[in-house]
Design a binder for this molecule. Structure first.
Ligand SMILES: Cc1cc2nc3c(=O)[nH]c(=O)nc-3n(C[C@H](O)[C@H](O)[C@H](O)COP(=O)(O)OP(=O)(O)OC[C@H]3O[C@@H](n4cnc5c(N)ncnc54)[C@H](O)[C@@H]3O)c2cc1C
Length: 430
């Protein structure tokens, strides 16, 4: 074990957009910081970097602009450094390609000195004086290292949620949309493909497969347990739920109430963008010109309750819960679009003597993003992800990431480096 003796002010676990935003804002401050990422380089949901897909928030929700438009790690500076300013100006779009957002973040991560890749954080120990010892495995050499730090910021994001009923099958045949770009070439030789789920990822996968269907000739089905293929609630006043004001309203509510509210807000973040639905409808319409029979099925109201290997393919057990009818559905491939769950490392649960968890085993978080400690401590573990249960529906939205970074930076530096306003939006939630 190689032990570093320097003391860091802050160590970040994971470099997704959320911790990268924090690293970018800290880069211009007098702070000793290191951010560790297990992947060899920055990669934002690589399996869903489908050509033609767009960021679902304006580029203004980049890593820094909403805190400090003069910060050198802004999207516009990236565009400028790429020599693309004139093209971007003529493009006249706020919703940049998803692939470009990824390239921008990668560019920033390579310029921010505190970002270290190929380093997996394997443990955090709380020392008697309140400092933390962060254990790290270097993925290149396999060597174990450890680092002293005052504060830690968790930014470990989410991991694909594959329902139990669809687990245990060969991954090239039954795969999560998180692996879509990695596996899609295997779909071209299939005779039938089924997409399960009806969020944005499901719709994007279905649209891509629908486009390829004409040349590849496979049957394509789309099954969802939702009552319909619903669009995301994207009206401007509704988008105000993704604001600090909504956190002010939501945070003090009792946990039970928060869970109830969050469960009722699925279409704020889980529905399908209007333009994706339109693309799909246009394709279906085009393909049906001249009365041509479509080799496509769209089935809402249907739960997939099981899967078995059969005749070289798969048999899905499906249940139409309004008709109370169970039936079998044959397919060669299954694209599972059933969303993501918070990725909370096991070593956080091992700190149960130090930090508080709720009845459902989720960590408790203060309004300013510190994990709730059992005893008073001079230093903290901050949560930059895995906080929808405490801070609500906007917690996974890129538009709130910079606000959260500001709140965390102010605490790390012990001064109001970034102004936090009392109010940001037109409506008042309480
Ligand atoms: C396909 C997709 C598209 C999305 N598009 C949008 C959008 O357009 N607009 C929007 O507002 N939101 C969007 N979201 C939601 C949200 O913005 C993203 O999920 C975002 O990536 C969350 O950032 P993050 O930093 O929390 O986590 P992640 O991006 O998941 O990053 C976490 C990182 O931590 C690393 N890590 C985990 N454990 C360790 C460890 N022990 N040691 C070291 N590293 C570790 C992981 O490798 C990963 O790179 C999208 C989500 C998905 C899945």
């Amino acid at each position: 074990m190689e032990q570093q003796h320097e003391m860091y002010d802050v160590i970040g676990v994971g470099i997704g957009p959320f911790n990268l935003s924090l690293a970018a804002l800290l880069d211009t401050q007098d702070v000793k910081a290191a951010f560790f990422e297990q992947k060899p380089a920055f990669a934002w949901h690589p399996g869903m970097l489908i050509e033609g897909t767009k960021l679902q928030v304006p580029f203004l929700a980049d890593l820094v602009t909403m805190a400090d438009p003069t910060n050198p790690h802004s999207f516009l500076n990236y565009i400028s450094q790429q020599g693309r300013m004139y093209q971007f100006y003529i493009l006249q779009r706020l919703d940049i390609p998803r692939r470009e957002y990824n390239d921008y973040c990668k560019w920033a991560s390579e310029r921010i000195e505190s970002c270290r890749f190929g380093k997996t954080v394997t443990g955090i120990e709380r020392l008697e004086d309140g400092h933390h010892l962060v254990n790290v495995r270097d993925e290149g050499s396999g060597k174990e290292e450890s680092y002293y730090t005052k504060h830690v910021v968790l930014g470990t994001g989410s991991s694909p949620a594959l329902p139990k009923s669809l687990q245990g099958m060969p991954e090239e045949d039954v795969f999560h949309t998180a692996d879509f770009e990695i596996q899609r070439h295997t779909c071209r030789a299939a005779s039938s493909i089924t997409v399960v789920g009806s969020g944005q990822s499901a719709a994007e996968a279905f649209r891509e497969l629908l486009r390829e269907q004409r040349t590849c000739g496979f049957r394509l089905d789309w099954i969802t347990r939702s009552p319909g293929f619903a669009s995301m609630e994207e009206s401007k006043l509704n988008l105000e739920h993704f604001s600090p004001d909504y956190i002010d309203y939501f945070y003090p509510l009792p946990q039970e109430k928060k869970d109830e509210i969050f469960d009722s807000q699925g279409l704020y973040y889980k529905g399908i963008s209007e333009h994706t639905i339109t693309d799909i409808y246009n394709l279906l319409y085009e393909y049906s010109v001249g009365g041509e029979a479509l080799n496509v099925g769209l089935n809402p109201l249907t739960k997939v309750t099981g899967i078995e290997q059969k005749d070289g393919g798969y048999e899905l057990t499906c249940y139409h819960y309004q008709k109370e009818d169970t039936y079998s559905h044959q397919t060669d491939k299954v694209v599972v679009a059933t969303g993501y769950q918070p990725n909370i490392p096991e070593f956080i649960h091992e700190l149960a003597d130090e930090i508080e968890f709720d009845e459902q085993g989720r960590y408790k978080v203060t309004k300013d993003y510190r994990l709730v400690e059992k005893k008073e401590t001079p230093y903290n573990i901050f949560a930059n992800s895995g906080i929808t249960h405490t801070h609500g529906v906007g917690s996974t939205n890129l538009g709130l990431a910079v606000f959260r970074s500001k709140v965390i930076v102010n605490q790390l530096l012990g001064e109001e480096v970034y102004t936090v306003q009392d109010s940001y939006v037109f409506q008042s939630f309480d």
